[in-house]
Design a binder for this molecule. Structure first.
Ligand code: EPZ
Length: 421
């Protein structure tokens, strides 16, 4: 196991380039199953979740070429296995996104039902209801979803709630279904728009991605294309908040400022100076951050994936604020770790009350999930003294070379072998 060791108190300065988006790359890799031709992706981030998805695709019989860093070629000429096994799904629940493409192309899939995870139960009932609406029969046997269909048929399906991967899974299922599918009450995250755009360039016909109603005309086949993956908006926002918490001045390049609108608006309210241009965001801190309330919501609301990092920032706020987590029911695992560093936070149900303190102090802390890890990194960058973050494998799921990027911005941070755990 490894840990990250940070000596805090150094304002971050300089510029950082954002990697390709994890949450765009994962569905796009699954969408490669929709074609027999080669798909080529550029700006693929080097992350644990990407490696897990490669393992899963290889298991299905897909040919992969990932010899050029950042480039991934996928050719699903034939599918020799239709199983997403427990050991892969339990490490990465996004593996369930092979369901849609496998059902669309093969009419069969055996996918381990993902268990809960640190941030909540995270069921996939909406994914399954949508597939049933398209004619699939769904059985649960020995912890596996056994889905079968002669050929999926277009349907008019309304989600009960906004689900990002649920929307992505059903877009992929409908892309090769017989007839037209209308999906209503869809999530509108940018990664969904990215997926629909790629499928359209493969020869698909999807209208309305980025709105809550998406119409997909099923095709008989889709061809391979070359695509550069969009920037990771959550990584961009994490670096922006790292500048804020260290009272620094950084420029985040190759990002999409409009994907960060809710966060940037809130940070300006909290007293940060924000300058945006074509594909850059510069954020300049001028003193202690002002405490401001947030509620997390589906896009374009304040992203739940920013909540933990924002909480670290508000731990140093000039007064009190309330953070409400509306998307996941248990996304406060970072609270007790921040409290160990001197933060004053009390959780009641979905609401966390954060009373700002002048300073955090370095401590041993433990990562519990991906964005909680980022929250502890941010707290460590600001804290007086040394912070050691254990179980950083959580962090490696979603951040590429994070300590190098932070060190390039002036942070005193290094990765070490962890002999404590
Ligand atoms: C995606 O997860 C992201 N992951 C998450 O990012 C992100 O936090 C989340 O969307 C919300 O924005 C990927 O894109 C790979 P949901 P997803 O389905 O699709 C409930 C990260 O840090 N729900 O939009 O799994 C669910 O329990 C990760 O990069 C059902 O009840 O999230 C949750 O409360 C963490 N039934 C809410 O909906 C369903 O069938 C939103 O979940 C599906 C979801």
């Amino acid at each position: 196991m490894e840990k990250i060791v940070i000596r805090g108190g150094i304002p971050l300065k300089g510029s950082v380039t954002v990697s390709g988006s994890k949450n765009a790359a994962l569905p796009l890799m699954c969408a490669s199953l929709l074609s027999r031709d080669e798909m080529t992706f550029h700006k693929v981030p080097a992350l644990r979740d990407i490696r897990t998805t490669k393992q899963l695709l290889l298991q299905l019989g897909v040919q992969l070429d990932d010899f050029t860093p950042g480039t991934l070629r996928i050719k699903a000429r034939e599918i020799i296995d239709h199983t997403a096994p427990y050991e892969l799904v339990k490490t990465m629940r996004a593996s369930v996104m092979v369901l849609g493409p496998l059902m669309a192309r093969e009419g069969r899939a055996d996918v381990s039902l993902p268990g809960g995870c640190a941030i909540g139960a995270r069921p996939i009932d909406q994914h399954l209801k949508g597939l049933e609406a398209m004619g699939a029969s769904i059985e649960l046997q020995n912890g596996y979803i056994q889905a079968r269909a002669n050929r999926l048929e277009g349907a008019d399906f309304t989600f009960d709630l906004k689900t990002v991967t649920g929307t992505e899974n059903l877009i992929m299922a409908a892309a090769l279904a017989k007839g037209t599918t209308v999906l209503r009450n869809c999530a509108i995250e940018p990664e969904i728009t990215e997926l629909a755009g790629v499928i359209n360039r493969m020869g698909g016909c999807i209208v309305g991605a980025g709105t809550d109603t998406i119409v997909i005309e099923g095709k008989d086949r889709l061809q391979g294309i070359v695509h550069e993956i969009m920037p990771d908006r959550i990584e961009a926002g994490t670096f922006i908040m790292a500048a804020c918490i260290t009272r620094g001045d950084i420029t985040v390049s190759e990002c999409e400022p409009e994907h960060l609108a809710a966060l940037l608006e809130k940070l300006e309210e909290a007293g940060l100076k924000v300058e945006t241009s074509e594909r850059q965001v510069r954020v300049i801190s001028n003193g202690r951050v002002k405490s401001r309330n947030i509620e997390t919501n589906p896009y374009p609301g304040f992203a739940t994936d920013f909540q933990a990092q924002y909480m670290a920032l508000m731990a140093l706020g000039d007064s009190d604020c309330y953070i409400t987590e509306n998307v996941f029911e248990n996304r406060y695992m970072h609270v007790q770790e921040l409290v160990r560093m001197g933060a004053r936070i009390r959780v009641s149900g979905r609401v966390a009350k954060v009373q700002g303190v002048k300073e955090l102090s370095g401590a041993h802390v433990q990562a519990t999930d991906l964005r909680a890890s980022a929250s502890l990194i941010l707290a460590g960058l600001s804290a007086k003294g040394v912070t050691e973050i254990h179980r950083v494998y959580h962090l490696d799921r979603g951040y590429e070379h994070l300590e190098e990027k932070l060190a390039n911005l002036g942070a005193d941070v290094r990765r070490e072998k962890d002999d404590m755990l």
